[in-house]
Every structure is written in C-alpha cells, then in structure tokens.
Design a protein around this ligand. Structure first.
Ligand code: ADP
Length: 229
C-alpha cells in the first residue's frame, strides 16, 4: 500500500532526516516505528502525507509516486489518511460531540450523517459518557481517544498516529493502544510512532526501529521473526 524506495530526506538547513529508507507497509498492517527523538519518524509520516518531498528516492501510495500527484490527488490522498498527534489538536471551545461534528461538516457530511455517526464513533473509543464534555474536562487519555475518533470519522484507510502517547501516563497509554488495535482489527492500516521502547511490549505485529534516519531493524513480532537491516 505504501512503499519507500531508497528514500533520503535532507532539509534545506542541511539536517539529514532520512537516509536510504526502504520499506513497504501492506494494507491492514499495524506498524510501530520506534526510535529516539530525531530518528526521522515524523519526517517519514510527512512524506506519506505529501507534506514534505524526498530529496532522493520515491514514496509510493498504491504504486503511484506521491511526488507526481496533482493538488487534487494530494487532497484525495490526505482524505484517505487519518492523523493523530501527541498534542491532541482539539478545539478547546467545542464539546467532544462538536469537535467531531465540526470535522465532519468540514468534509461535507450532512446533518443526518453527523447526528447518526458521532455517537457511534464516540462509542467506538469508549467516550459515549463524555459526549458533552469540553477538552479541558477530559483526561489526557480521553482527549487522545477523542482525537482518534475525529481522525477515523471519514473512514480513512490509513491512520497515522505520531507519538500519540507521548503525553500520557501508563494507563492512558494502554487505553490508546487498545483503541488503535481495535481500529486496526476493523481493517484500517495503522502506523504508530513512538520514542518509548517500553511501548513495544504493548503493541503487536511489526516493529520498525529507526536510528539517525535509518531503518536498523524490521521485526515481525507475531511470528517471532527478526530481520536486521
Ligand atoms: P523524530 O520524529 O524521530 O523525532 P524528525 O523526523 O522530527 O524525527 O527529525 C529528524 C531530523 O530532521 C532531526 O535531526 C530534526 O532536527 C530534523 N528536522 C526535522 N524537521 C525539520 C525541519 N523542518 N527543518 C530542518 N530540520 C528538520
């Protein structure tokens, strides 16, 4: 579904964020990318979202080179990918319900769809009892679950979660990971990044380790296989 072929990325100031990255993410996978701060994880996500372009190599989405996308194709690509970030990015003056309704309105959904879908997605992330709470009235874990609900409301094929547990305690971290697993079980490809090696114990499937812009390991946890790169 997503393929990095010999991808390097240097920023204009000379910082090298990625060096010769090769990897393929298949539809339906749950991929965890782990590495210390500065390893290149966010840059990898930005390249998938066409927010940055590789200096060398190509990033392919369903075999099409993202760099060649027109503006319309880029908009379409971004609709197919939901995003969640460490800092939640919720609207503080809107309730949980309104945060999601607002995102649906922005993508052209009808009032009927909003009324029927918002409670459903809040239930999926176990926030049905927090529907009319404002972000300031929610715990960190609840805020992140709300951000996840908002990210999946348009049924994206891929969910990118960039350090979603970076601000959370252990219990909230587990809640968020469980929700991400559930979304993956429902068919969405999940790409999770973290700087926390401890988190690997909680996540399943595939673990990609990055260091200084390089993929240094690509491990299939479920099958116990380990491929040093
Ligand atoms: P991570 O998400 O793993 O912390 P990043 O992709 O954010 O890593 O950063 C990788 C490297 O690229 C770091 O050295 C960082 O300083 C540099 N970098 C990231 N974004 C920019 C930018 N917009 N301009 C210049 N350098 C950047």
């Amino acid at each position: 579904m997503i393929k990095f072929a010999n991808v390097s990325k240097a920023y204009p100031n000379g910082a090298v964020a990625l060096e010769n990255v090769n990897l393929e993410i298949k539809k339906g996978e749950f991929v965890t990318i782990v590495g210390p701060s500065g390893a290149g994880k966010t840059t990898l996500n930005k390249l998938i979202l066409d927010e940055e372009e590789p200096t060398e190599g190509s990033v392919l989405f369903e075999n099409a080179d993202i760099a060649t996308f027109s503006r319309a194709q880029m908009t379409h690509l971004r609709r197919r990918i939901g995003t969640v970030f460490q800092e939640f990015r919720l609207l503080p003056n809107k309730t949980a319900y309104e945060n999601i309704a607002f995102a649906m309105e922005a993508s052209g959904k009808s009032d009927e769809e909003i009324v029927s879908d918002v409670p459903h997605v809040l239930q999926l992330v176990d926030l049905q009892d927090r529907m009319f709470h404002f972000p300031s009235q929610l715990s960190g874990g609840e805020k992140q679950r709300l951000a996840i609900a908002r990210a999946i409301i348009n049924q994206p094929e891929v969910l990118i979660a960039d350090e979603p547990t970076g601000n959370l305690d252990a219990r909230s971290t587990n809640e968020v990971i469980e929700i991400l697993k559930k979304i993956n079980d429902l068919g969405t490809t999940v790409i999770l990044t973290t700087h926390d090696p401890q988190l690997i114990k909680a996540v399943g499937q595939r673990i990609i380790t990055m260091e200084r812009g390089r993929v240094v390991a690509d491990e299939q946890k479920a099958h116990g296989k380990h491929n040093a790169v």
